[in-house]
Design a protein around this ligand. Sequence first.
Ligand SMILES: Nc1nc2c(ncn2[C@@H]2O[C@H](COP(=O)(O)OP(=O)(O)OP(=O)(O)O)[C@@H](O)[C@H]2O)c(=O)[nH]1
Ligand SMILES: [Mg+2]
Length: 360
Amino acid sequence: MNIGLIGLEKSGKTTIFNTLTGRSAEISEYVSQKAEPNVAVVDVLDERVMKLSELYRPKRTVHATIEFVDFVGVSAGAADQGVFSGEAMQMIKSADALSIVVRNFNDEVIDQTHGAPQPIADLETITTELLLADQIVAERRLERIQADLQRGKKTPTLQAEQKLIERVVEHLGNGGPVRDLALNPDERKLLSGFQFLTAKPVFVILNSSEEAYAAPGGPAEAISERCPVVEFAGNFEMELSRLEDPAEREAFMEEFGITESAQSRLTTFAYHTLGYISFFTVGADEVRAWTIRKGETAVDAAGAIHSDLARGFIRAEVFTYDDIIEHGSEKAIKAAGRFRVEGKSYIVQDGDIINVRFSV
Ligand SMILES: Nc1nc2c(ncn2[C@@H]2O[C@H](COP(=O)(O)OP(=O)(O)OP(=O)(O)O)[C@@H](O)[C@H]2O)c(=O)[nH]1
Ligand SMILES: [Mg+2]
């Protein structure tokens, strides 16, 4: 899974990125010259993995991961001027999901250049930029199709595509994101090739000052009516993530009423909102968590491990995390009749422990 952090300039994207990764990518109140994004792979902290590791004592323990990509800020009106273009755009397009970072803190320099924080209006602005960027792509495609049709390439496929793209353009024009369009599987497939930004799942990170953090009646409430939102006190949490001494860190967290690290909160939140689940593989060599989407099958799970396992899939042997915690061993699980054999179409559940039988 790969999440792109986007947002207006100086909303605190890199600060959030550093908090999550423990890295020290450069943050600044002044215009960034750096065009390449920061990329980091972050462990999804899941205590079930630790518990399984205690039970199996494997040589290696591997958490599920999320890749975060931190882009340089978008300035308002950017889509027209092609700021959403080139290499960065290609990377944004390839993200599985987008997280919009919104500023909810004052800063002398930033307030002067970009105005006081206005989280709801800023979210509106970036949402519009995304719609515009998609609109440009869709309209260009429509022009090409029309040209082809005029040149006599009147195939039913092309005409169907024309109809679909016209629908997309109209929908975008009404301020609707592509993800809200009702599509049949064929249409979905056709549109996936365009990698529309507004087709991606999205959530908001509200980056608040310490004072504004979790304030009653704050912008988080209003935003949550439109879009899933998680709030951080970015600067504070970045400092926190840098404290070496766990006791000191805990004392600060308690004082501020934070019970969970930003890394843990954000990875959990992203998992839930984006519809991801974890299944596990266990053994003496390795205990490992894997990521798939809710509703995916045993074959999809096999494919997440290796394409050979999906290709040569025979069956999946399944028990659950709760089973192993309750019964203590695989032997006891079998004795209790909790050990299952599932076929290709089995819908994998969060917390399943799976052994794929396959032959290639
Ligand atoms: N007070 C306060 N300042 C913050 C917070 N988050 C970021 N800042 C400051 O805002 C400035 C910009 O932060 P960055 O993290 O570089 O913002 P950015 O969105 O990555 O900026 P660009 O990549 O240039 O668009 C820095 O001076 C940060 O110290 C916050 O939660 N509170
Ligand atoms: Mg930045």
